[in-house]
Ligand binder design. Structure first.
Ligand SMILES: [Zn+2]
Length: 230
């Protein structure tokens, strides 16, 4: 939690990131906040009340990504908000990222990469830690193992299963990636591997769990996409 909080503070105080203001863009934040609450309400979160689950929208249309740091600090780029076509897809992506935090994938991966000593130094000494930049960099460029990705994909369907959303919403994101070609496809595939296999898994898990949700709220999503970010 402390690790995520330090990343949150760093992103919010650094000039490298342009934060979409919550005060000036309440509709965008309220919209994502509602989706987040629906995901958290599914009943299986161990850290629902313990983690922060704080949303930050980052203004960068070229980055088609979202991530959730340890402790539930959620970051969503405007690039992915504009890339997706409906609310169920966004819910799927968010649920996937929240799954990484809930299952403590980031914490485990960071411990494996940097070791507990270095992380404790970072946690207790913050900006005074000689490892500060290195650990922040590590958190920002975190790559999960295939096993963790699979688990987060399963979380995504699970968390959405008892909602009105199509619980395989995240599949839409990967279907879109598969339709890309050229340089953009390569770039997207480097951060989102195995799209075909993952699409199948989303669909088959939805079947298996007999999820009934059928909505994607494409209309609402289009309205949100039309809002000008200030
Ligand atoms: Zn992931």
């Amino acid at each position: 939690m402390k690790m995520g909080q330090q990343l949150y503070d760093e992103i919010h105080s650094s000039n490298e990131y342009e934060i979409v203001s919550k005060i000036e863009n309440p509709k965008v934040y309220d919209y994502i906040e509602n989706i987040k609450q629906t995901i958290l309400a599914n009943g299986s979160f161990r850290y629902k009340d313990k983690f922060e689950w704080k949303i930050t929208v980052l203004n960068d249309d070229n980055t088609i990504n979202a991530f959730c740091a340890p402790g539930g600090y959620i970051f969503i780029y405007t690039g992915i908000l504009k890339y997706l076509d409906n609310e169920a897809e966004l819910a799927g992506v968010l649920a996937h990222e929240m799954g990484h935090a809930e299952r403590r994938h980031g914490t485990r991966q960071m411990t494996k990469t940097y070791g507990i000593k270095m992380l404790l130094d970072f946690i207790f000494r913050g900006e005074n830690s000689q490892y500060f930049k290195q650990v922040i960099g590590g958190l920002l460029s975190l790559r999960y193992s295939r096993a963790y990705e699979r688990e987060a994909d399963e979380c995504s369907v699970n968390y959405l299963c008892n909602t009105s959303y199509q619980s395989d919403g995240a599949a839409g994101f990967f279907e879109k990636i598969m339709k890309e070609d050229g340089a953009r496809s390569e770039e997207l595939l480097s951060t989102h591997p195995d799209p075909a296999e993952r699409i199948n898994n989303f669909h088959s898990l939805k079947e298996e769990l007999n999820c009934r949700g059928a909505q994607n709220f494409a209309e609402c999503y289009r309205a949100i996409k039309k809002l000008k970010i200030r």
